[in-house]
Design a protein around this ligand. Sequence first.
Ligand SMILES: CCCCCCCCCCC/C=C/C(=O)SCCNC(=O)CCNC(=O)[C@H](O)C(C)(C)COP(=O)(O)OP(=O)(O)OC[C@H]1O[C@@H](n2cnc3c(N)ncnc32)[C@H](O)[C@@H]1OP(=O)(O)O
Length: 360
Amino acid sequence: MRASQQDFENALNQVKLLKKDPGNEVKLRLYALYKQATDGPCNMPKPGMLDFVNKAKWDAWNALGSLPKETARQNYVDLVSSLSSSSEAPSQGKRGADEKARESKDILVTSEDGITKITFNRPTKKNAITSQMYRDIILALKNASTDNTVMAVFTGTGDYYCSGNDLTNFTSATGGIEEAASNGAVLLRDFVNSFIDFPKPLVAVVNGPAVGISVTLLGLFDGVFASDRATFHTPFSQLGQSPEACSSYTFPKMMGSAKAAEMLLFGKKLTAREAWAQGLVTEVFPESTFETEVWTRLKTYAKLPPNVMRISKELIRKHEKQKLYTVNAEKCAAALERMPREEYAKALRNFLFRKAKAKL
Ligand SMILES: CCCCCCCCCCC/C=C/C(=O)SCCNC(=O)CCNC(=O)[C@H](O)C(C)(C)COP(=O)(O)OP(=O)(O)OC[C@H]1O[C@@H](n2cnc3c(N)ncnc32)[C@H](O)[C@@H]1OP(=O)(O)O
């Protein structure tokens, strides 16, 4: 859904009513999106190095490249809406309280040494991601992008990193399957966009097997550290689904089309070392020293200058951001079309009733 001119004007008014200062980083983003939405791509001469304020504004605007005006308008409206809802949350005062109120126990968010750690914490279900967990992660990333976090790190509790989408998300949704698919497509789009947009280093500490969306998302991470016990499995064809999280773009780019097809079309499960050989994993560690070695490394990285890392990440990503948004939007539209299909329903039934069948 595109934001109308009226939505945009409402958002411009809403910004003036924010109760809480959103901080310089967000203000710069608002400025850049506003300029892009009204004037189009940055057309101003670059300010001098010592003109710090105008240089920061110019950099933020220029980083949006050729983002279309309508997308900038939509992003501006979305950003203002997220700021308004967080500043109107019931527990005013400390943001920590606000966060806690909206988090479930299945996603743990902790912060230490400049690292925001986001943990899939549903070990009895192999950390499968429920609808609420998708929403919690969007919120955690939004908070970490504007607070004093230097880097964000994902990991899992228990023997799994994550078993992907909770396959009961759709069966437990209220309303019809078409409505659930439509809600799911919007949630999926926003979820993946929050990874595309995350402005700071994003690292996965893959402590065990990873399945489905928890694997495809890795193409949007800046570092993937895996235990040698981890495996990487994307059984989309088996599930009657198509690959999400921009993996149809990031995987062939990373590993070449033949190897990407092996994973995304044929559902080949990779070991950690195979995933490393394909460029999906940064480094593999022995299980026995995994936690100690990885966290020591990450704490060292978190001491590097945060602004430099943020700017470097922006330089790496800015030319393909628009492409990623487009691929994500296309995938979500495809997901919407596929979910109500019989192939998907059959795969779901097979999973849900597999234990009952096994007893027969
Ligand atoms: C209306 C709003 C909808 C919002 C949705 C928005 C976004 C949706 C689209 C996102 C697209 C994502 C795609 C994917 O991620 S595809 C991949 C999905 N995952 C799987 O196919 C894995 C399924 N699980 C398994 O194959 C096995 O469980 C596994 C190999 C992971 C482990 O096997 P093992 O034998 O060791 O253990 P169990 O099978 O006994 O599992 C223990 C319990 O955990 C439950 N479980 C595990 N994984 C899932 C899962 N993905 N969804 C739901 N439940 C899961 C399993 O049922 C067991 O529970 P019980 O003990 O209660 O039986």
